[in-house]
Design a protein around this ligand. Structure first.
Ligand code: ADP
Length: 401
């Protein structure tokens, strides 16, 4: 059974071909800068043990259709690919960011589902339209192959109303469905399941705080294996501090900025999404550059890290209060997996909560799941590389079954 996973973003397209029988990733690739004057595609394939094929091409991709055509060519190419034709693909799994309140379970895609995803574009104007283009092109190019939508929001659907409602007029929820949805759900669920396995516990028997720290950052409170709260909200702008997104701020800052600086709503939106977070404080949004600058004495870089860590710590405290006795903190994604400094600083001085990290175990980037707590730490500290593609492929498979 071969499943092709598509994550179609606004200007990029990530994909993987997985052999579900052996659990092997056959191909992984990324198309970047779709719509720009020049784009790039890079792909790695493992057709078997005997060879690894790597391609990197600078080509212009006017749109997602062109990108997907090239992807199909590369995946099936005699020199570049692992399969002879796209007919070998049994199913396609699509990442979809937002399906609203009614569409969150992984589902077989038909015209009706496409229409519902389209209806929810206003809730996720940056992501849903791009996800839809990926779906539409794939339905065209792989006619007859079953396609499944897997939603970012699914894992968070178990949140109780007290966690997902905002304290604004109830009618706004009824009329516009304004509520907390949460994102990165595929990743939070994947690492929560892996954590349960590492702890030797049943999936529905773990209390966790999961930390997805990448360019976008979110946290989730997991009680009995179910998500009971998460830091992102109606949109992925809320919660902890991120690469370029502010996370939680006083909402009155928006009208204040509009009034004081004469900015439009779109301008304020762009400041909060693209020019805030780490970048807003120190001008950089890659944690590696920020650490390097801080080491050289850049005060704003140091402040950015201090703020990033402080805000995560506060969420740990808040979530600890609602999960009940905590089994583990789980770090994942670009920063969570690779950044020992952030992990160490987030866990520092939390011994009173039973959280104690071991510096030697924590050292270095983690390519495989690793427990990094000190001996005697009541709460485990796990670093678990996320694998959203595998999670999407598994969800796709279970829909087909
Ligand atoms: P995305 O949200 O785009 O999927 P990733 O999960 O790939 O992001 O995370 C990207 C971020 O991870 C980078 O911006 C960078 O800050 C961070 N990162 C990656 N490698 C390292 C590393 N070795 N040390 C510190 N941070 C890292």
């Amino acid at each position: 059974m071969k499943i092709f996973v598509v994550n179609s973003g606004s200007s990029s397209l990530k994909y993987q071909l997985l052999d579900m029988d052996s659990g092997v990733v056959m191909t992984t690739g990324l198309v970047e800068r779709i719509g720009d004057a020049m784009g790039k595609v890079s792909q790695k394939s493992w057709p078997g043990t005997e060879r690894e094929a790597e391609v990197e091409r600078e080509v212009a991709f006017p749109d997602h259709r062109a990108a997907m055509h090239t992807v199909v060519e590369l995946v099936t190419g005699a020199d570049t690919g692992v399969i002879a034709s796209s007919a070998e693909i049994d199913a396609i799994g699509h990442r979809v960011v937002q399906g609203g309140e009614t569409l969150f379970k992984s589902t077989l895609i038909d015209d009706d589902v496409v229409e519902k995803i389209r209806e929810n574009c206003h809730l996720s104007p940056l992501h849903n339209p791009a996800n839809l283009v990926g779906i539409e092109v794939a339905r065209e190019l792989f006619a007859g192959v079953p396609q499944v939508a897997v939603f970012d929001t699914e894992f968070h659907q178990t949140m109780p109303a007290e966690a997902f409602m905002y304290p604004i007029p109830y009618e706004l929820y009824e009329e516009l469905k304004i509520r907390r949805y949460g994102f990165h759900g595929t990743s939070h669920r994947y690492v929560a399941q892996q954590a349960a396995a590492m702890l030797g516990k049943a999936e529905d028997d773990v209390n966790l705080v999961t930390l997805h720290l990448g360019n976008g950052c979110s946290m989730a409170a997991v009680r009995g294996g179910k998500c009971i709260d998460t830091s992102m909200g109606l949109t992925p702008l809320a919660g902890v501090m991120m690469g370029t997104r502010s996370g939680d701020i006083d909402p009155a800052i928006l009208p204040f900025l509009m009034k004081e600086k004469g900015l439009s709503m779109d301008e304020v939106d762009s400041i909060l999404n693209k020019q805030s977070g780490l970048k807003g404080i120190c001008g950089m949004n890659d944690m590696r550059d920020i650490h390097a600058a801080a080491e050289k004495g850049d005060k704003k870089a140091a402040l950015a890290v201090d703020m990033f860590v402080y805000r995560i710590k506060k969420y740990i405290g808040a979530y600890y209060a609602v999960t009940g006795p905590l089994d583990a903190l789980v770090f994942t994604a670009g920063i969570g997996e690779n950044d020992e400094i952030v992990r160490a600083r987030v866990c520092a001085n939390l011994e009173h909560l039973g959280i104690s990290i071991d510096p030697a175990r924590n050292a270095g980037r983690k390519k495989v799941a690793t427990a990094v707590q000190a001996d005697g730490s009541k709460v485990a500290i796990l670093v678990i590389p996320t694998n959203e593609e595998l999670a999407i492929a598994k969800a796709t498979l279970s829909v087909l079954k």
